[in-house]
Write a protein of this length. Sequence first.
Length: 160
Amino acid sequence: MRDTFKYSNDDITVIWQPAKCIHSKKCWQNLGLVFDPRRKPWVVMANADTDSIIRQVDQCPSQALSYERIKTSLAPEQSEAAKEAPAPTETPGANTEKADVSNIIECVPNGPLLISGQVVIKKSDGSEVQQKGTIALCRCGASRNKPYCDGSHNAAGFVG
């Protein structure tokens, strides 16, 4: 299996990394015109506008779906916002007070714990990772990428 698949329109390239996918179904349940696992290719960029695709890709809890902008000329206000947007960083001793207080935590039936917002994860080795967006944390204990979910709950028969 290939490691990475890319699908483009005039504005963005959507990148799919199957090894990261936890099969949350968020992509195709919410934007099935673009993402349909029963179709080949399963991503058809022409079936929705770029903003809708970006919003959907941003909801991918495993970050198996991501995107890159093709056009580099952003509107001035977008360009400034992009400069100010914090990127996920792994920094020992990071300031945890920067985390957004409006996070959403969702227990996926028989699956991971989804956390949306900006969070700081303190790892067992003492390092800290700042994440913005949606992340999936393992609830079943079978993940080979703890604390993150890798979809192992499916094979483990996790119920909860």
